[in-house]
Design a protein around this ligand. Structure first.
Ligand code: IVH
Length: 697
């Protein structure tokens, strides 16, 4: 079976994931200041990888999944030789060195099932039933390579993007000198390149942060950032002053033949007095069960280790087998990282504040004494709603256990009672909205601010929602812009968006002629939304995508829905009394009707769904469309929205499953591809006619 064509939202998701991964690659590899935990990065990476595998048409040679590492190629100038030791931000000024061989990264797995699957795959591919693995700690530091000539240290670099690293020889020299490893004893091949990890021991990390605090300097969020910041210093005296340690785990290049197994390679490195994983922390495993047992035992010993590890590394012992399995573009097929689950930490609740969302719902947020969980410093946790605060009985001053499960804002797992503690009073729901002072009312477990139209927090959230991809899809109307528009009173309700002037936009931070014109045109282009998207965009309580679609199909036009009674609404399948009540309330509110009237007067024409199709959600269901060349009467986005409203799908590339290729002005290679595959073609007139026939004209 050939792979499915990708719907538009998949393309958008893939683009988003690529952008996010590039951003985090830059923070991690480029700046050495990651914002998210590895586990979270791994999730993003896996999501992208899986989508690209499912929709190979959308894979791209410059996708982050195809790169060995992440650093965006960056300009590098001269290595500086500053005379006075000062903290230099570790960026961009090291000279680049190409690696002899790419410094691969590792695929990671989290659960034993995935490890069994790895073992099965390996055995199948090699056609053997027993494999020797070597397991080692996965040190949470910075990957480096060090090169020796005739036993003398000559070069050293960071991993960089995996192909090219940053030359940090003087800094590595200072570490090797402390380890007395600048000259290796014994018979060492004429040229070798060794790979290892540089990191800081926990007590040294804490001492360094104390020292930085005393000097009034910025502290590091975790030992890895501290190691990276200490190693990537232009002034190697700073590096020398930090007690960095090194563990070597691979011989990447040797002028002599490489040993036949990984175990022997480590022994060889050790024979040259290089630091290698301690014997108690590595093991040769005869079979995958021993690997799993080692993971379990390391996890138990994790807290007692004087350094951070975030899992174990599992490697095939035989170099022959390693070579037979080979590597993918960024990771070997013969090794994996078997990570540890997210860590729980204890901290103290300093305060409980309340944030107001777009629906007016109040969310209690615990402000915490900052604590590092799985590589990220956490200072806030959501308590979801008031019921949850009461159930967990969390109060200001309490000790709590928090867990970072992948979200940026973690959860409070439970309160930890301390003997003899004096507790504060239980959390009290504010009677007035902290943003607009309107009264607060309760609906089930949720408390709401009643100041719908006057609450700037609700307005900001509401505008962002209206402009979001699933709603009117107004590009360029992000959180920061919306906040400024509301704070400057340019936008007091949704209809004001269609009154914005260029002068107003130009007075906002971050806007210039071009961006102002672009945003105005994006707003103008959003003025013929489908009923479904418009209803969703209004942000009526309980009206999500699904309900919006049903209401649009059922009522066909906004005016008809406006006149609907609660009884009529409850009759509809999937619309319960709660939804019906909320819709009726919304359209009974004079201020909401006034906003709808203003929008209409300003030219917003919500599309109607014709009689024949109302009640029938998807007349173009199962049909997929590809656009080639521009259309005159509507842009791609509008065309896509109309097709989607009728159940059609828009895909980016032509396959034999494509129903129609819509050919506009200056079509590209997709037209040729359609002709080659014999896919039906539609010109603009034909396309418009099809829309008309399907229900929207
Ligand atoms: S072996 C081709 N062994 O983990 C095999 N890597 O996510 C390459 N790491 O970039 C790596 N401890 O910086 C290996 N015992 C160990 C390791 C280890 C930590 C790091 C390394 C790599 C990352 C992969």
């Amino acid at each position: 079976m050939s792979p499915p064509d990708a719907p538009l939202h998949i393309q958008v998701r893939i683009d988003e994931l690529r952008e996010q991964i590039r951003h985090h690659d830059h923070l991690y590899y480029g700046l050495g200041e990651p914002e998210i935990a590895d586990s979270e990065y791994d999730k993003l990476f896996k999501a992208l990888h899986d989508l690209e595998e499912q929709y190979p048409d959308l894979s791209s040679p410059d996708s982050p999944t195809r790169r060995v590492g992440g650093a965006v190629p960056r300009f590098v100038g001269k290595p500086a030789g500053s005379a006075t030791p000062k903290v230099v931000t570790p960026v961009e000024q090291f000279s680049k060195v190409p690696h002899d061989r790419p410094l691969l990264s590792l695929d990671s797995v989290l659960v034993p099932d995935e490890v069994y699957a790895f073992d099965k795959r390996v055995k199948k591919e090699l056609d053997v039933d027993r494999i020797e693995y070597v397991v080692e700690p996965k040190y949470d530091g910075l990957s480096v390579v060090i090169g020796f000539r005739d036993g003398d240290f000559v070069e050293g670099a960071t991993r960089g993007d995996g192909q090219t690293g940053e030359s940090i020889a003087p800094n590595l020299r200072s570490i090797l000198s402390r380890l007395t490893c600048l000259t290796l004893p014994g018979r060492v091949p004429q040229r070798i390149v060794v790979r290892g990890e540089v990191y800081l021991r926990l007590p040294d990390f804490q001492a360094l942060n104390r020292q930085l605090t005393e000097r009034g300097e910025k502290t590091f969020a975790n030992p890895r950032n501290a190691a990276s910041g200490s190693l990537r210093q232009l002034d190697s005296r700073i590096t020398a002053s930090r007690p960095l340690v090194l563990t070597c785990y691979d011989l990447m290049v040797s002028s002599d033949p490489l040993p036949p197994t990984h175990w022997e390679t480590v022994a060889l490195l050790e024979s040259w007095s290089l630091p290698v994983p301690e014997p108690a922390q590595r093991q040769m495993c005869h079979g995958i069960e021993e690997v799993i047992a080692f993971h379990r035992s390391m996890m138990e010993r994790r807290e007692d280790l004087p350094f951070e590890i975030d899992g174990i590394v599992v490697k095939l012992n035989s170099r022959d087998y390693q070579e037979q399995l080979g590597e993918k573009s960024r990771s070997p097929r013969w090794a994996i990282a078997f990570k540890f689950p997210p860590r729980k930490e204890l901290t103290t609740v300093q305060d409980i504040v309340v944030s107001v969302g777009r629906t007016g719902a109040l969310t209690p947020i615990a402000l915490l004494t900052p604590v590092e969980v799985g590589g990220v410093t956490i200072s806030r946790a959501t308590l979801h709603n008031v019921e949850e605060v009461a159930r967990k009985d969390v109060r200001v001053g309490d000790r709590v256990k928090i867990e970072r499960a992948g979200d940026v804002i973690p959860d409070i797992v439970e309160r930890v009672a301390m003997p003899g503690e004096q507790r504060a009073a239980p959390f009290a729901v504010p009677r007035h909205c902290p943003v607009c002072q309107s009264a607060v009312v309760q609906e089930g477990p949720v408390y709401y601010c009643t100041g719908q139209t006057v609450c700037s927090a609700q307005l900001k959230g509401g505008i962002q929602h209206f402009a979001s991809k699933g709603a009117l899809n107004i590009e360029g109307l992000g959180e920061k812009t919306v906040a400024q528009l509301v704070d400057k009173s340019f936008v007091k309700d949704l209809s004001d968006l269609y009154r914005l002037t260029k002068e107003q936009l130009l007075s906002l931070d971050g806007f210039a002629e071009k961006s102002a014109t672009q945003l105005l045109s994006a707003i103008a282009q959003s003025n013929t939304p489908s009923l479904e998207r418009f209803l969703f965009g209004l942000g009526i309580h309980h009206v999500g995508h699904h309900v919006a679609r049903i209401l649009a199909a059922e009522f066909g036009a906004l005016e008809t829905l406006l006149a609907a009674t609660r009884e009529e609404l409850v009759e509809i399948h999937d619309v319960g009394p709660e939804i019906a009540q909320s819709v009726v309330h919304f359209f009974a509110e004079p201020r909401n009707l006034a906003v709808l009237d203003s929008m209409k007067a300003l030219g917003v024409a919500v599309q109607t769904v014709s009689r024949e199709t109302s009640g029938q959600v998807a007349p173009l269901k199962g049909k997929s469309f590809v656009f080639s060349g521009g259309l005159k009467s509507l842009n791609r986005q509008e065309a896509a929205q109309r097709l989607e409203a009728l159940g059609g799908r828009v895909t980016s590339s032509v396959s034999k499953h494509t129903t129609y290729v819509v050919v506009g002005k200056a079509p590209g290679s997709k037209l040729a591809e359609a002709e080659r595959l014999g896919v039906a073609l539609l010109d603009e007139a034909g396309f418009l006619e099809l829309l008309q026939r399907a229900g929207i004209g």
